[in-house]
Design a protein around this ligand. Structure first.
Ligand code: GAR
Length: 205
């Protein structure tokens, strides 16, 4: 089974969906969650993971220099020997100190097309611009902000979604499904990466 480290900073709904998928869904027999980690010791998602018997770890990032914090976080995570580092609402830009030890093995989910919108508040952006649709993106993480190779995208129909809550509700339903599906395909070795130029290539094992 692939060993997943899930990183979060907040609510943890993607973490819960992934955890569920490893127990009864598409990731059953394929993956196990070896740790849920947060840079915010009081993140609700961390408590939800602990309640479900998941190993949890926290390291407060507040007031820390990015490189020093990232090096310490990477060292902590390496003790769990993860095959994949799965960012699920982990609201930090990662420095090379974190990326290097896990290069090519860090995934993120972004609630927009990363070629159209990067960073925070993607649902607000879609809502305020009255977009008829948005695209949930699962991508590999590199040193840029939401610039890594895209693994999967799914369109969310936003027509008639007249509150931000409705936009988020529709989007999150797709996030929860798409992240687990994409991880399953990646672990099975069926995943191809779409480069920003649009050509597909197989993810190195
Ligand atoms: C999700 O919508 C995720 O896509 C987004 O944060 C939310 C976390 O929710 N991530 C980003 O915006 C990253 N730039 P969750 O804690 O309930 O999974």
């Amino acid at each position: 089974k692939a060993r997943l480290a899930i990183l979060l900073s907040g609510r943890g709904s993607n973490m819960l969906a992934l955890l569920e998928a490893t127990k009864t869904g598409v990731l059953k027999d394929l993956a196990e969650v070896v740790v849920v980690f947060s840079n915010k010791p009081d993140a609700p998602g961390l408590a939800f993971a602990a309640e479900r018997g998941c190993p949890v770890a926290a390291l407060p990032s507040q007031g820390r220099k990015r490189e020093a914090f990232d090096a310490e976080a990477a060292a902590l995570l390496q003790r769990y020997q993860p095959d994949l580092v799965v960012l699920a609402g982990y609201m930090r830009i990662l420095s090379p100190a974190f990326i290097q030890p896990f290069a090519g093995r860090i995934l993120n989910i972004h609630p927009a097309d990363t070629q159209q919108h990067q960073g925070l508040h993607a649902y607000e952006w879609a809502f305020e611009n009255h977009l008829p649709e948005t695209k949930i993106t699962v991508h590999l993480v590199d040193e840029g902000l939401d610039t890594g190779p895209i693994l999967a995208q799914q369109t969310v129909d936003l027509r008639g979604a007249d509150t931000l809550e409705e936009v988020e509700r529709r989007g999150l339903a797709v996030e929860h499904y798409l992240y687990a599906e994409t991880l399953a395909e990646l672990i099975k070795g069926n995943q191809t990466v779409m480069s920003s130029a649009g050509e597909a290539s197989r993810v190195p094992k």
